[in-house]
Design a protein around this ligand. Structure first.
Ligand code: ADP
Length: 550
């Protein structure tokens, strides 16, 4: 792989490849009694240990081998966060095949498109997704079999899928006598497609090495800070960039794992947190809205939940304040993307910041944070010239590191790197202490009279208004300025605020020319498969919107 020069004096340590199977083997051997608890789609709870998970993963690896799955073959999943999905994570990658996690919220046509693109040999799926599997089965040209992740009793009496297999039958009919194969750590391990907001989704193909290094890096105290004293519930789905690596970083830390299955509403998440003593969780801002609303309305507090990572889109300061001040939950703002495995930065305070007052600390915590070791970043202008880290000037954010994409699967999109750096498509500032702050996605930024207006700032201000539940800011065409900001707002139940009042709320908080030209109120914002607001849809919806002339 490497064309680097070799020193005449090489190190003399064991050369053991960094393989995903080794993570589960380690967890089973050294933290064998730590629990994995899952809320099943069948409706009940399932509990077992890392030791048992390892046993079943080896049975599954034997079963897949029996079905003809070989190194490099792609095996897909359409599944919620649960123990069977975790077994598939390890059995597929561990045996040298490639795990392709599919977002079930995609349109079935898109699911079929990426399965054909990936050339998936098998699909493992949860009961919930039987209708999706039935809709796509005839269109999946390379798929030899569909494995329903349930026991014999729950298998449908008849199905449109010709080659439907039962997961538990496969597990029961194979032994756990399986030695994980050893191979080059640069071999492909998992495949994730980007959500494809523009054009068809593209595949990011992670290697064993990149996944294990990402798991090490993300478990560190400055990052997710996972330890064997934690009980971790990944709310972020295992089909969204491998649940941000938690299915790897939690087992290597020996922590207890709790899987929420399909029940992601505020009440279900709250009850699971309380019942299982969850201390740490991670998810996109939209899922925390549901939990916060449920806990607030029912005047509930958390007895064990102490820390959460929020990322995927900007964490609104109002949400951060509620979690910290009202619920005593530490918020770690994180940034990353599919192409980065996904973790790039996490925001935690440095020792010198502990002397700052609440406002001073919050200002820092609202940024997307420091690079996690393994990631390097820089900001550049339109000509690619590096910009200073002054916390003010913003530019295109570029990254590099051992868990960052070098090219897309099947070379889709051609050469994506710029002088060895990956352009993220985000616009950001970096301050002298190395804290990065995202101003916007370059495709969302509003270009007004040749200057840029960052939409995240405007949305954060709007969401700090007590009547506002959600806000999104988009650019709409303007005859004089090219584009001007339009604020689209969802109000909290039973709350009212007028357009004028809301615009007055921006007074003194931003430069005058950043002020949105108009506000529209709506019942809901379009949300995509990964829980993010779909600004492209909003732009379409409001492209004819007439801004008031002043
Ligand atoms: P997709 O690009 O397919 O929507 P990703 O989950 O890979 O899916 O999204 C990555 C993008 O999400 C980033 O490039 C960035 O624009 C946005 N993002 C992620 N985390 C944050 C964050 N903490 N603050 C602001 N934007 C974020």
């Amino acid at each position: 792989m490497s064309s680097l020069p070799m020193s005449p004096m090489m190190g003399q340590m064991m050369s053991q490849p960094l393989l995903i199977s080794n993570i589960l083997e380690f967890a089973a051997r050294h933290y064998g009694s730590s629990e994995i608890v899952s809320r099943r789609v069948e409706g009940d709870m399932h509990r077992y240990t890392y030791r048992e998970c390892h046993q079943r993963a080896r049975r599954l690896a034997n079963a897949l081998h029996g079905l003809g799955v070989r190194m490099g073959d792609r095996v897909a999943t359409l599944a919620w966060n649960g123990y069977r999905h975790l077994e598939a994570y390890y059995a597929v990658s561990g045996s040298g095949a490639v795990l392709h996690t599919i977002n079930p919220r995609l349109h079935p046509e898109q699911v079929a498109y990426i399965m054909n693109h990936a050339e998936d040999q098998y699909l493992l799926f949860d009961l919930t997704f039987l209708p999706v599997a039935e809709a796509i089965a005839a269109h999946c040209k390379t798929t030899k079999g569909f494995i329903l992740m349930c026991d014999r009793e729950r298998m449908p009496a008849e199905s449109k899928i010709p080659n439907l297999l039962c997961y538990e039958d496969l597990i029961n009919s194979h032994s756990d006598d399986y030695a994980w194969p050893q191979f080059d750590e640069n071999s492909a391990a998992t495949l994730c497609y980007t959500s494809g907001t523009t054009g068809n989704p593209k595949g990011a193909l992670y290697s064993h090495r990149s996944t294990v290094l990402h798991a090490y890096g993300s478990a560190m105290p400055n990052a997710l800070n996972v330890s064997s004293r934690d009980t971790v519930m990944p709310v972020v789905p295992m089909f969204h960039v491998n649940a941000w690596g938690l299915p790897y970083s939690v087992p290597l830390s020996g922590a207890k794992l709790v899987f929420p299955g399909a029940a992601l509403d505020g009440k279900s998440v709250y009850e699971l947190f309380e019942n299982e003593g969850v201390t740490f969780s991670a998810g996109v801002p939209t899922v925390w809205l549901g939990l916060i609303n449920y806990a607030t309305q029912n005047q509930l507090k958390f007895s064990t939940f102490r820390r959460t990572v929020i990322g995927g889109s900007a964490c609104p300061p109002a949400m951060m304040n509620t979690l910290i001040d009202d619920f005593g939950v530490e918020v770690v703002h994180a940034w990353g993307m599919t192409e980065m495995s996904p973790l790039g930065t996490t925001c935690t305070l440095m020792a010198k910041h502990l002397e700052l007052d609440r406002e001073g600390q919050r200002k820092i915590l609202q940024k997307q944070g420091h690079a996690v070791y393994g990631v390097d970043m820089k900001i550049v202008d339109d000509d690619g010239k590096e910009l200073p880290w002054d916390g003010v000037g913003y530019g295109h954010l570029l990254v590099r590191g051992p868990w960052i994409i070098a090219k897309y699967y099947k070379d889709e999109g051609g050469d994506v790197l710029q002088d060895g750096w990956f352009p993220t498509g985000d616009v950001a500032t970096i301050d002298p202490d190395g804290y990065m702050q995202i101003t916007d996605r370059s495709k969302d930024v509003i270009k007004s009279g040749g200057e840029w207006i960052g939409t995240i700032d405007l949305e954060n201000i709007a969401m700090a208004h007590p009547a506002v539940l959600q806000a999104a800011c988009i650019g709409v065409a303007h005859p004089k300025w090219d584009e001007r900001p339009l604020l689209v707002v969802v109000l909290r139940a039973g709350q009212q605020v007028s357009r004028e009042e809301l615009l007055r709320f921006f007074d003194g908080k931003i430069a005058k020319w950043w002020l949105p030209d108009d506000v529209v109120f709506t019942d809901a914002l379009p949300v995509g498969g990964t829980g993010k607001i779909q600004k492209n849809k909003l732009r379409d919806q409001y492209k004819e919107h007439k801004l008031p002339t002043v």
